[in-house]
Design a protein. Structure first.
Length: 129
């Protein structure tokens, strides 16, 4: 069974294609879809498609240059993340028995800042009323 996200993407895509077809039918019924109009629309779509292709190729070349300089990835970094300070240099306090590793398994964590101190503590999910 496909994931809900895939079904949602498919439904959205289908709705937009139906909208585009409906809009073209309206244009034909109103006699607004002349040869010149269709040619102009085709030119604009072609220009946009070419721009997307060029930008994609430039991005691929950029990534290949990065790969040539750095080489292939060798796996995850062996260094463990720091848990004694945060990115801003604030001292962190873990009110969990196992410290930061136990906080990763908690279902609800409350984070509070007090000046140059950041506190992580266990929270309780309130029941629906």
């Amino acid at each position: 069974m496909p994931a809900t996200r895939q079904v949602a993407h498919f439904a959205i895509a289908l709705l937009f294609w139906m909208l585009i077809i409906t809009m073209w039918v309206v244009l034909f019924l109103n006699s607004s879809a002349t040869g010149q109009t269709l040619f102009s629309a085709g030119q604009k779509v072609g220009i946009m498609a070419a721009a997307v292709i060029v930008l994609t190729l430039v991005w691929v070349q950029h990534n290949l240059r990065i790969f040539e300089c750095k080489g292939a990835r060798r796996g995850r970094s062996l260094s463990k993340p720091r848990t004694d300070v945060d990115r801003l240099g604030r001292h962190t306090v873990w009110e969990f028995y196992g410290g930061a590793s136990e906080a990763m398994d908690a279902s609800f964590v409350i984070i509070e800042t007090h000046g140059n101190r950041k506190q992580y503590r266990s929270g309780h999910v309130r029941a629906q009323q």
